[in-house]
Design a protein around this ligand. Structure first.
Ligand SMILES: *Cc1c(COP(=O)(O)O)cnc(C)c1O
Length: 362
């Protein structure tokens, strides 16, 4: 079966010597290898204020902590995402307020978000779902108008662009995930990109108990308790080797995605999604709406292709029961959307097979 997601690891002749060297270097905790990795990754996303962490979840959590979000506060979010987007909000004690999606894209609707803003709204959580970029023109305007910061959950959208620049410096907080099945992996890991020095310094402390690594341990004074959220030299070394392949893997996702955009248009029963102005997706998955989804998935399975909606909508989890509200656009989208594989592992022959199978009907 052609999978929907797949782990990409650099070849052993590049990876293994680097791992062996760092493992036996005597320094496997956070050190120079981490700082080198974050400098390189920061260059890729064009934001030097980037911190390497042990997960994307940690990045989201630190962003929420920097905004001092807690009980009594509200964070507007989407239910169409992977769970950590919303479990991290729940961890702060804030209330999640669901906004509805735009039926043409599956991404949060700026109009719905604006309607849900109250005096308690402390942040807007945007998810660039499946690699597609939210309507940043409109969200930036909303963020400015109400003075509410945006957190971009970019776990699915590394390499996606807004205004020709990689996602990573548009909003006050951008969270990346390097978990096994994302575009780019360090086995596990993540990063948080920030847009001001003060947040950067505070985030650096929060990732290491509240201590400042730039100040000698005996002179440190913890003013706010932090977490153990940093990356270590071993996963950072893996990340630095992986980075050499980042561009080629993401380029192939995009090439396959553009191929599907072209070849799947005008097929009865298939409804392609729109991309917003000034955005370019990085096609972690290829997402569309189809009629008779169950049969579509069966038909794809018959030719060895995985097709699936993949994510369970967040608002149906018991832990988020207090946030329950009507989301009619999401209800409709959730019945018909499906992902097909479009990553670096999908060959020219395989993508043709996918298109031809869909063209034949299901
Ligand atoms: C993977 C993922 C995360 C969390 O990243 P981890 O590195 O696994 O902690 C957050 N949000 C979304 C949408 C994800 O898919």
């Amino acid at each position: 079966m052609i999978p929907l997601v797949k782990t990409h690891i650099a070849p052993p002749e590049e990876m293994m010597p680097a791992i062996e060297k760092i493992l036996y270097s005597g320094y496997i905790a956070e050190g120079q290898a981490v700082y080198d990795f974050e400098e390189r990754f920061g260059k890729y996303v064009k934001n030097p204020l980037t911190l390497a962490l042990n997960s994307g979840t940690a990045a989201l959590h630190i962003a929420l902590l920097l905004l001092n979000i807690g009980p009594g506060d509200e964070v507007i979010s989407t239910a169409l995402t992977a769970e950590p987007t919303n479990t991290t909000i729940a961890l702060t004690g804030a209330k999640i307020v669901w906004a509805d999606i735009d039926p043409q894209t599956g991404l949060l609707s700026p109009e719905s978000v604006e309607e849900k803003i109250t005096e308690n709204t402390k942040a807007i959580m945007l998810v660039h779902y499946a690699g597609m970029v939210c309507d940043m023109d409109k969200f930036n305007a909303i963020s400015q108008k109400y003075n509410i910061p945006i957190i971009e959950d970019t776990a699915h959208a590394l390499g996606a662009c807004y205004n020709g620049k990689p996602i990573g410096s548009n909003s006050r907080f951008t969270a990346f995930s390097f978990q096994a099945i994302k575009h780019f992996t360090t086995v596990d890991g993540g990063a948080l990109s920030l847009t001001n020095e003060e947040d950067y310094v505070a985030a650096r402390k929060l990732r290491w108990f509240g201590l400042d690594k730039k100040v000698p341990r005996l002179q440190n004074d913890i003013t706010r308790a932090g977490y153990k959220y940093g990356m270590n030299n071993v996963t950072a070394t893996i990340g630095s080797v992986q980075l050499a392949h980042l561009k080629e893997t993401i380029d192939r996702h995009i090439e396959n995605g553009k191929y599907f955009d072209k070849m799947l248009s005008n097929i009865p029963g298939v409804y392609l999604l729109n991309y917003y102005d000034n955005t370019m997706p990085s096609y972690w998955l290829y997402t569309m709406k189809v009629e008779d989804r169950d049969n579509f998935i069966k038909k794809m399975e018959e030719v060895g292709v995985t097709a699936s909606p993949l994510h369970h909508r967040s608002d149906t989890h018991s832990v988020f029961a207090d946030s329950k509200c009507d989301l009619p656009n999401l209800d409709a989208f959730y019945q018909s959307f499906v992902h097909i594989p479009c990553g670096w592992w999908v060959t020219d022959e395989e993508r043709e097979l996918i298109v031809n199978t869909i063209k034949k009907g299901w």
